[in-house]
Design a protein around this ligand. Structure first.
Ligand code: GLC
Ligand code: MG
Length: 553
């Protein structure tokens, strides 16, 4: 089948043939050890010169994405949105914002991906809508006691003191309740007031979502990334959350302003019964074009891995993000502690990642691109998909934020520049030119510093570049991943971390000194993060993949 080409195809990354099978065998689904590339659509590539990345821009860069050897692409929201949270405030779940393209562009993207043996995940936002969504407008128009759309949202009369009904806080600052003057009630929003939370205890909301997901499957989606999946249900009695000691708030994941970290979120997130919602949705979903069950990946921003495991019980989510490795420091003991395999009563796997559009860039956070790659080499080998965020393959660095460049509400409204998510959202530096080959116009968000190894074009032509080390890692992975058992063991001895999974052994030297690389007899070095080194030495901050000889063959 000829692959439709966009008008803006760049030739620095010629297409390569892929070893990834387009369909998986009947015995094993495609996703357990897949690599899923996260596209933050606004910042990948701008095809129409408006300064904002778009769907055609994604099509134009599929050669780069395919050459990495990834199995699927997850695209952040491209639905119509007033943009208060950069697309995570959706006003039409079935539409496409003209900034990003139209249904025709979406269909072409799907056809191109499928033609290249890659799958597509759509990022859906079921916890809330935009305040401009017709459902919310109708809920306000109906007022108190309304019977059509009022119950799509969560309303409450004032508390005894006339203020909000409880002490819940919004992730982006202030109370989680906003007063709606027409109906004289408060509505709940876990994020901005422009993002009212849906009432998932209302069966009609569930029905709406079955229909929305079926719509995208019909248009060719192979699965979904489910935004803040842990957030969908709240305790129906709306009790106050317990107040935390200040010290405890330091451990709460970012993506939330500091002032919102003071509560133990017992009642507004991760309710026991929320996991059953995914079983209810899954039962109702049609199969994908490839005849598969749609893959469901949840964003589960939880502190404890055992809480994440609940979402992975049979018939619920296929994979759930475990927010462990995105915040560890470069220390063997700490890394060993977060590399875990879900318990026996789970059917799904953790989704692993070092970064995404909400987190700091790992090359900045860990101190160098080399360290980020060494850590990734261990995390990738864990059972479960690896979510590779665009630019991580280039060793991109954090954008320095100032009040003029800031776009994220965490920076603009709450003033917390240092935890602004803008740092991870700067446009991809495709070339060394001033516009970096991203757009002919001023980009929507400033360019960050060039990665240590340069732009994508520079790195493409340099066999020792960060990009080519990633390509080498992922092509090694493609040849191995189908042969590995579903569990791994992780250990560490001082600064040396050892991960073993079947015949694969990963060593990472987290220390500041080189150590001897004691290769067992017959073991073969498959890949190392700092190429060209002495085969008998593991350098400071280096990772190596070894294959043990299989006995009896
Ligand atoms: C998720 C998204 C984040 C968004 C939030 C609210 O955490 O990744 O970007 O702001 O949900 O939808
Ligand atoms: Mg554009």
């Amino acid at each position: 089948m000829p692959v439709p080409q966009g008008e803006h195809v760049h030739d620095q990354n010629p297409p390569i043939s892929t070893t990834i099978p387009a369909t998986s065998g009947p015995e094993r689904p495609w996703w357990p050890d897949a690599v899923i590339y996260e596209v933050y659509i606004r910042s990948l590539a701008d095809s129409d010169g408006d300064g904002t990345g778009d769907l055609q821009g994604v099509i134009d860069r599929l050669d780069h994405i395919q050459a990495l050897g990834v199995n699927a692409v997850w695209i952040t929201p491209f639905f119509p949105s007033p943009g208060h949270d950069h697309g995570y405030d959706v006003s039409d779940f079935r539409g496409i914002d003209p900034t990003f393209g139209d249904t025709e562009t979406f269909r072409r993207l799907v056809a191109d991906l499928h033609g290249r043996g890659m799958r597509l995940l759509v990022d859906v936002v079921p916890n809330h809508t935009s305040h401009e969504h017709p459902w919310f407008r109708a809920a306000i128009a109906e007022g108190r006691g309304g019977t059509e759309y009022r119950d799509y949202y969560l309303w409450s009369d004032p508390g005894p003191d006339g203020g909000p009904p409880n002490n819940w806080l919004a992730n982006f600052g202030g109370s989680a309740w906003t007063w709606e003057p027409r109906s004289e009630q408060y509505y709940l929003h876990a994020y901005l007031p422009e993002q009212p939370d849906l009432n998932w205890r209302n069966p009609r909301v569930v029905e709406e979502w079955v229909d929305i997901l079926a719509h995208w499957i019909d248009l060719g989606a192979d699965g979904f990334r489910i935004d803040v999946a842990h957030n969908l249900l709240k305790h129906p009695d709306l009790p106050d959350n317990p107040v935390l000691e200040v010290a405890a708030t330091e451990h709460v994941p970012a993506g939330r302003v500091r002032s919102a970290r003071g509560l133990d979120r017992v009642y507004d997130v991760d309710q026991d019964e929320v996991v059953d919602l995914f079983a209810r949705l899954r039962e109702r979903l049609p199969r994908t074009h490839a005849g598969e069950e749609p893959f469901l990946l949840g964003e589960t921003v939880l502190e404890r891995p055992d809480r994440v495991e609940r979402y992975l019980q049979a018939g619920r989510l296929d994979a759930a993000m475990w927010f462990g490795t995105d915040r560890v420091s470069f220390e063997a003991a700490e890394v060993a502690r977060v590399l875990r395999t879900p318990g026996a009563d789970t059917a799904g796997t953790f989704g692993w990642f070092l970064s995404n559009h909400d987190r700091a860039r790992p090359a900045s956070r860990l101190g160098s691109a080399d360290r980020a790659l060494a850590l990734a080499a261990a995390v990738l080998a864990m059972p479960g998909p690896y979510l590779l965020y665009q630019g991580e393959e280039l060793g991109m660095l954090d954008l320095e934020i100032d009040p003029h460049t800031a776009r994220d509400p965490i920076a603009r409204r709450a003033g917390e520049l240092d935890v602004s998510r803008d740092r991870a959202r700067s446009p991809i530096p495709w070339t060394d030119e001033p516009g970096r080959g991203f757009s002919t116009a001023e980009p929507w968000l400033a360019h960050g510093p060039l990665p240590e190894h340069g732009s994508a074009a520079t790195q493409h032509g340099d066999v020792r570049s960060h990009l080519n080390r990633w390509r080498g890692l992922l092509s090694t992975w493609a040849g191995l991943r189908h042969q590995l058992p579903a569990s791994a063991s992780v250990d560490h001895d001082a600064d040396l971390l050892t991960l073993t999974r079947g015949t694969l052994t990963v060593w990472v030297n987290f220390g500041g000194e080189a150590v001897p690389l004691k290769r067992p007899a017959g073991a073969e070095i498959l890949w190392r993060s700092q190429p060209g080194g002495d085969p008998a030495t593991l350098r400071a901050g280096e990772a190596v993949w070894l294959r043990e000889p299989t006995r009896g063959t």
